[in-house]
Design a protein around this ligand. Structure first.
Ligand SMILES: O=C(O)c1cc(C(=O)O)c2c(n1)C(=O)C(=O)c1cc(C(=O)O)[nH]c1-2
Length: 247
């Protein structure tokens, strides 16, 4: 016999426990970055590789929306694409990420071209886009719920980068500051959607598994950075210090 569905409260606590145990704020690269321990080239490697994630977020949200039949859900979701792409004049998160790239000495066109991204980063982020394209909508929304835990990491990053790195200022960190106001509304909506639609134990288990999968997507990216740039095992084809610098 199928287990009974968990109460809304118990299920929410289960989702939050996944973040407490597995979110990438527990990864040593995060501590190294916000604690001021990264070399300038390690910071550059992070900015270059994280571009893969930034550039694919609006694509995965477009993939999600392409499958949604309910106009109310599409209306609520489309803000995510607007947050990242923005308007022609002011741009959005994507442009703010490239401002960070410039601030750490990289040529933004090099970063935006995606050359130099490590294979593991590419595979992890592509897996997330495919997951959102192919899996049930409930699982796709559940996978976005890592954002429940993101405001804390963004606040730590702003504080840590400002304290330890010369490049850090209002312009270079605008991406993270903006996320502090953008993410909470998204995550409130997403959490309510998941708690409401996961109305059987089977769906709750699938949603929890989707969130675990997403924590793996994030963790794998930092593992790759550590292996490549902290331990110095740069994969063939990946960015090498000195390449892609602003002139
Ligand atoms: O800096 C981070 O640690 C971090 C993590 C995450 C996340 O938890 O997936 C996102 C972001 N940042 C972020 O800026 C962002 O726009 C975002 C969108 C999503 C998503 O899955 O839809 N996650 C995240």
């Amino acid at each position: 016999m199928q287990d009974q569905a968990q109460s809304r409260e118990d299920f929410e606590a289960r989702l939050r426990a996944i973040g407490a145990e597995r979110y990438h704020d527990r990864h040593p690269f995060h501590a190294r970055l916000h604690g001021g321990g990264c070399t300038p080239d390690e910071v550059r490697a992070w900015v270059i590789n994280r571009w893969m994630y930034q550039s694919r977020i609006p694509m995965k949200d477009a993939a999600f929306m392409s499958r949604v039949e309910d106009p109310d859900l599409r209306r609520a979701w489309r803000k995510r694409i607007e947050d990242h792409d923005g308007g022609i004049a002011e741009g959005g998160g994507i442009r703010r990420w490239l401002a960070l790239a410039r601030a750490v000495g990289l040529d933004p066109d090099y970063v935006a071209g995606g050359k130099g991204i490590m294979p593991a980063t590419r595979f992890a982020v592509d897996a997330y886009v495919r997951f959102v394209r192919d899996m049930p909508l409930l699982d796709a929304v559940a996978a976005s719920l890592t954002e429940l835990f993101a405001p804390k990491i963004h606040a730590q990053r702003i504080e840590g980068l400002l304290a330890h790195y010369d490049f850090a200022d209002d312009t270079s960190l605008a991406y993270f500051r903006k996320r502090l106001t953008e993410a909470p509304g998204d995550v409130k909506f997403g959490l309510d959607y998941v708690l409401t639609h996961a109305d059987t134990r089977e769906k709750q288990d699938a949603a929890a598994a989707a969130l675990v999968f997403k924590t793996d997507v994030l963790w794998a990216q930092l593992d790759a950075l550590w292996h490549g740039y902290v331990e110095g095992n740069i994969p063939p084809g990946a960015w090498r210090p000195g390449e892609g610098m602003a002139t």
